[in-house]
Design a protein around this ligand. Structure first.
Ligand code: F6P
Length: 320
């Protein structure tokens, strides 16, 4: 292999830059040229790329987001678009591609693999809903962002005897809500995977207030319902003043944590080593702190990773 390419696709997350840097430097150490497509598959379709060298990836390790930029490409989802993408890769004499992204991006990687092109996928999504990896890139940084925000909100909640609903990301996944509820000592987590029993939640909140607690914190995943409706429901049922804070895209940015810098560096390095050794069509993952490889076919067709029952059990015992 003489020429490899890399792209970041879908929602950005912290740690993507660390991954690109590691992949580029591993390629260079092996006398292989590396190019970076801009804005994910959209750049691949427009043949919009930049040649990456050791200097072009200097100073990005500590930066959130992705310096190659990212996008969601509707054109790449079509058969026509995918043929065009393959053609562009062949014209540029690219021997292998590293795709960093979430489920949609890995589905795209699988499509290229099925067309016979060597691809390695790297799981990147703050939702931590990609199967066959304990952790995806960006999750740890997002959790730390949430922790910082929630700790601040707890200060004001206790000063004003208020209940707060903090909405975190996760359209279909309650991982961030569940994990951050445990780590912040919240009273409840509301997740899309478990139907909310508002009456029961209000009953439990009332009990805690009767026991002397003066404030409450509820962490809710964005896909689990409407935060303001639930806040109104609490107010109507038990009279507590309940405020809503939506953390939104704040969660996805910021300097990556040590964990995400190391994870990105490991994923990036491994992805290039795999391509150079002739491995293709797999996603790099993390299991018991070791790197793993799983066929993209299994990752994509296996569907979303389930919320761990142990996490839900912990939350039941430790929260409230
Ligand atoms: O998949 C990652 C994620 O951050 C989700 O948690 C969230 O629902 C979605 O992306 C937001 O997407 P966008 O940035 O396109 O609004």
């Amino acid at each position: 292999m003489k020429r490899l390419a890399i792209l970041t696709s879908g929602g950005d997350c912290s740690g993507m830059n660390a991954t690109i840097r590691a992949a580029v430097r591993t390629a260079i150490a092996n006398d292989v040229e590396m190019i970076g497509y801009l804005k994910g598959y959209a750049g691949l379709l427009k043949n919009d790329y930049t040649i990456l060298n050791s200097r072009s990836v200097a100073g990005i390790l500590q930066r959130g987001g992705t310096f190659l930029q990212s996008a969601r490409s509707a054109e790449f989802r079509t058969e026509e678009g995918r043929k065009k993408a393959l053609n562009n890769l062949l014209i540029e004499k690219i021997d292998g591609l590293v795709v960093i992204g979430g489920d949609g991006s890995l589905t795209g990687a699988l499509a290229l693999d099925k067309m016979g092109f060597p691809v390695i996928g790297i799981p990147a999504s703050i939702d931590n809903d990609i199967a066959y990896t304990d952790m995806s890139l960006g999750v740890d940084t997002a959790l730390n962002n949430i922790l910082y925000a929630v700790d601040c909100i707890k200060d004001t909640a206790s000063s004003h005897d208020r209940a707060f609903i903090v909405e975190v990301m996760g359209r279909n996944s309650g991982y961030l809500a569940s994990t951050s509820a445990i780590a912040t000592g919240a009273e409840f987590a509301i997740v899309p995977e478990v139907e909310l029993d508002l009456v029961e939640m209000c009953h439990q909140l009332r009990q805690r207030y009767d026991e002397g607690r003066t404030n409450a914190l509820i962490i809710m995943a964005e896909g689990a319902g409407h935060a303001q409706e639930i806040a109104d429901g609490i107010k109507n049922a038990i009279g507590f003043e309940t405020r809503v804070t939506v953390l939104g895209h704040y969660q996805r940015g910021g300097a990556p944590t040590v964990f995400d810098r190391l994870l990105g560096s490991r994923f990036g390095m491994k992805s290039v080593e795999l391509l150079l050794s002739g491995t293709k069509g797999v996603m790099v993952g993390l299991s018991a702190n070791s790197l793993t490889t799983t066929l993209l076919e299994m990752v994509v067709n296996g569907g979303q990773k389930k919320l761990n029952d142990d996490l839900l059990h912990m939350e039941e015992i430790l929260c409230i």
